[in-house]
Design a protein around this ligand. Structure first.
Ligand code: ADP
Length: 565
C-alpha cells in the first residue's frame, strides 16, 4: 500500500471521527444515537468514489467515535460494523442500479440514490447499531423504537445532505465560469437569508415557530433551475447547518420541547428538500446536456451540408469552366475551318477572273475558255452559297427560328427526282433508287430535300470512286417511312459514331473531305423538327446507311414496295 493510500485512509478515518463527534454532541436521547449524522454521508461517498478498499478507515473511524463515547470495545465494534456495512451496501446498490458516482446526472437516478443510500443502507446501520446497544445494555428497552428512528433519520439526513456534496465535488472539480459562480453565490446567499428568516430568531417568523418551512421551496426551486446539481447540493448542505443551529436555539417550524424530536423533524424536512431539489437540478442539467448534444449534432450536420454544397459548387464551377474552354476551342476550330472552306472557292473564283482578264487584254479570249470559266464560276459560287446557307441554318437553329412549312408530299416522287438530278451531275457513280408507288408524308419539301441531298452527297463524297449509292424509300417500323441512303464507303470508326451528329464534328478534316462538319447536325435538327429520326447504321458488309424515319400518312403506309428508278 502506498504512502498516499495510507494518508487517504487516515484522513478518511479522522474525518469520520470528527464528524461523528460533532454528530454525537447532538445525541440527546441516547449518547450513541444522534439525529444528525454526517459520517454516513462521508462513508458512503468515500466508498462510492474511492472504492470498497477504504472500508477499514470507516470501521476504525466509527469504532473510535463510539469507543470514546461509550467506552466498551464489543459494542463499539458492533456499531462500527453496522456503519461499515451501511457504507458498503449503499455504494454497492448505487453502483449496481443508479449509475455509480454519476447518479446525480439524471433525475431518476437521484431518486434511486435516495432510496439506496438514504433508505435501505441506514436501515442496516440503525438495526445493527440499536441491537448492539441493547445487547451491551446501553439502551433502555423501552426507548429502542425511538432510538432506532433517531439513528435511521440521522443517517438518512447525512446520506442525502452530505453525501451528494462530497460525491459531486470529488468529480473533477471544475471552475464553472465567473458569471455562474457569482449567480451561485447570490442564489445561495438568498437561500441562507430565507433560511435565516424561517429557522432562526432573526425574524418573528422563526421565533414564533410558524409552520412555514415551505417558504424555502421557491428559492430551492429557483436554485435547482439555475445551478447545476453540485451548486444545489452545496446550498442545501449550508441551509441544513443553519437550520439545525436555528432549531437547536428553539426557533423555526420544527423546534419542539425536546431537542431530539426537533432535530428528527428537521432531518425529515431537509432530506425531502435535498432529494427534491437535486432531482430537479439533475433533470434540468440533463435537458441542457440533451440540448447541447442536439445543437452539436445540428452543427455537425450543418457543416457537413455546407461542405457538400461547397464541393458541389466547386465541381459546377470547374465543369462550367471546362465547358467554356471547350466551347472557345470549338469556336476557334470552327472559325479556322470555316475561313479555310470559304477561302477555297473564293480563291478559285479570283484565279479565273484574273485569267479571263489577262486573256481579254491579250486579245486571246476563246469561247472554250469562257465556257470553262463560266462552269467553274458556277460550281464554286454554288459551293460558296451552300456553305453560307449552312452557316445561316446554324444561326437559325441556335436562335430557334428554323421553321417548317409542311405540306403532304409523296416521298417517292421527291427522292427519285433528287436522285435523277444528282445523276446528271455525277457521272462516276451508279445511283440506284427504289421506292413504293406512293409514300405520303407531311413534310417541308425544301427542308427535307436539303437533308436527302446532304446524305447523298456525303455518300458520294465518302464512298470510293465507282462504287454505287443506293437510295430507298420503304416502310419503317410502326407507321413510318424510311428514306435510306446506303454507300460502299469506309463507314465510320466505332469511336467516332456517337459524335457524327454533333455540331462541327468531322471524323477527319482533310482537304479531301471538304465541309464544315455541319451537314449531319443540321439534317438531324430538320428531321427532328418533323418529329422524325435521323439514324446511322453500319451494316456488317461495310459502308454506311443513313436513315431518315418520318411518320407516314396512313393512306399509303401499307402499300407494298415497288421498284421505281
Ligand atoms: P461534313 O460537312 O464534314 O460532311 P457532316 O456533318 O455531313 O459534315 O458529316 C460529319 C462527319 O461524318 C464527316 O466529316 C465524315 O467524317 C462523317 N461522315 C458523314 N457521312 C459519311 C459517310 N456516308 N461515310 C463515311 N463518313 C461519313
Amino acid at each position: 500500500m502506498s504512502v498516499r493510500s495510507v494518508l487517504v485512509l487516515a484522513a478518511l478515518a479522522a474525518g469520520y471521527f470528527l464528524a461523528g463527534k460533532a454528530g454525537l454532541s447532538l445525541a440527546f436521547l441516547n449518547p450513541s444515537a444522534s439525529p444528525v449524522w454526517p459520517p454516513t454521508g462521508i462513508a458512503e461517498a468515500a466508498v462510492l468514489v474511492l472504492g470498497y478498499r477504504v472500508w477499514p478507515a470507516v470501521l476504525v473511524g466509527a469504532f473510535l467515535v463510539n469507543f470514546t463515547t461509550t467506552g466498551t470495545i464489543p459494542t463499539s465494534l458492533g456499531v462500527a460494523v453496522g456503519n461499515t456495512l451501511e457504507a458498503f451496501t449503499a455504494a454497492y446498490l448505487v453502483r449496481r442500479w443508479a449509475n455509480g458516482v454519476h447518479c446525480f446526472e439524471r433525475a431518476q437516478e437521484v431518486l434511486k440514490f435516495a432510496l439506496f443510500a438514504g433508505g435501505v443502507a441506514p436501515t442496516l446501520s440503525a438495526t445493527v447499531g440499536v441491537a448492539t446497544l441493547w445487547w451491551g445494555g446501553l439502551a433502555e428497552p423501552g426507548t429502542l423504537g425511538q432510538v432506532w428512528l433517531t439513528w435511521w433519520l440521522g443517517d438518512l439526513g447525512g446520506a442525502l445532505v452530505v453525501g451528494p456534496v462530497l460525491v459531486l465535488w470529488s468529480l473533477a472539480p471544475s471552475w464553472p465560469g465567473l458569471r455562474h459562480a457569482v449567480e451561485a453565490t447570490l442564489l445561495t446567499a438568498l437561500l441562507l437569508w430565507d433560511g435565516a428568516l424561517v429557522f432562526t430568531g432573526l425574524s418573528p417568523l422563526g421565533e414564533r415557530r410558524y409552520p412555514d418551512a415551505f417558504l424555502t421551496f421557491p428559492i430551492l426551486v429557483w436554485l435547482a433551475l439555475r445551478l447545476r446539481p453540485r451548486g444545489t447540493a452545496t446550498a442545501v448542505a449550508l441551509l441544513s447547518v443553519l437550520a439545525a443551529w436555528g432549531t437547536l436555539q428553539g426557533n423555526g417550524p420544527f423546534a419542539r420541547e425536546g431537542a431530539n424530536e426537533s432535530l428528527i423533524l428537521l432531518q425529515a424536512f431537509l432530506s425531502v428538500a435535498a432529494v427534491s431539489s437535486l432531482a430537479l437540478a439533475s433533470a434540468v442539467a440533463e435537458r441542457r446536456q440533451t440540448e447541447a448534444a442536439l445543437s452539436d449534432t445540428e452543427e455537425t450536420l450543418r457543416l457537413a451540408a455546407q461542405a457538400e454544397d461547397d464541393r458541389a459548387r466547386l465541381i459546377e464551377a470547374q465543369a462550367s469552366e471546362r465547358l467554356a474552354q471547350a466551347l472557345l476551342h470549338e469556336r476557334d476550330e470552327f472559325l479556322s475551318i470555316a475561313a479555310h472552306e470559304l477561302k477555297t472557292p473564293v480563291t478559285s473564283l479570283r484565279l479565273f477572273a484574273q485569267l479571263l482578264n489577262r486573256q481579254l487584254a491579250a486579245g486571246e479570249l476563246t469561247p472554250e475558255l469562257v465556257n470553262r470559266s463560266a462552269e467553274v464560276i458556277d460550281r464554286q459560287s454554288q459551293r460558296l452559297a451552300g456553305l453560307i446557307d449552312q452557316l445561316l441554318d446554324i444561326s437559325r437553329i441556335q436562335a430557334g427560328r428554323l421553321d417548317l412549312t409542311r405540306a403532304t408530299m409523296d416521298l417517292t416522287e421527291m427522292v427519285s427526282e433528287i436522285v435523277d438530278t444528282t445523276r446528271l451531275r455525277v457521272n462516276d457513280r451508279a445511283l440506284i433508287f427504289r421506292g413504293p408507288a406512293k409514300a405520303l408524308a407531311s413534310v417541308d419539301g425544301e427542308r427535307l430535300e436539303q437533308v436527302v441531298i446532304n446524305l447523298i452527297e456525303n455518300a458520294i463524297k465518302y464512298g470510293p470512286v465507282g462504287s454505287p449509292v443506293e437510295v430507298t424509300v420503304r416502310n419503317g417500323p410502326d407507321v413510318t417511312w424510311d428514306i435510306r441512303v446506303r454507300d460502299q464507303g469506309p463507314g465510320i470508326p466505332l469511336e467516332h459514331r456517337p459524335q457524327i451528329f454533333d455540331r462541327f464534328y468531322q471524323v477527319e478534316a482533310t482537304p479531301h473531305n471538304p465541309g464544315l462538319g455541319l451537314g449531319l447536325f443540321i439534317s438531324r435538327e430538320i428531321v427532328e423538327l418533323h418529329g422524325g429520326q435521323l439514324l446511322a447504321e453500319f451494316p456488317p458488309e461495310g459502308g454506311s446507311e443513313f436513315v431518315v424515319r418520318l411518320a407516314a400518312l396512313q393512306e399509303t403506309a401499307d402499300h407494298p414496295e415497288s421498284a421505281a428508278g
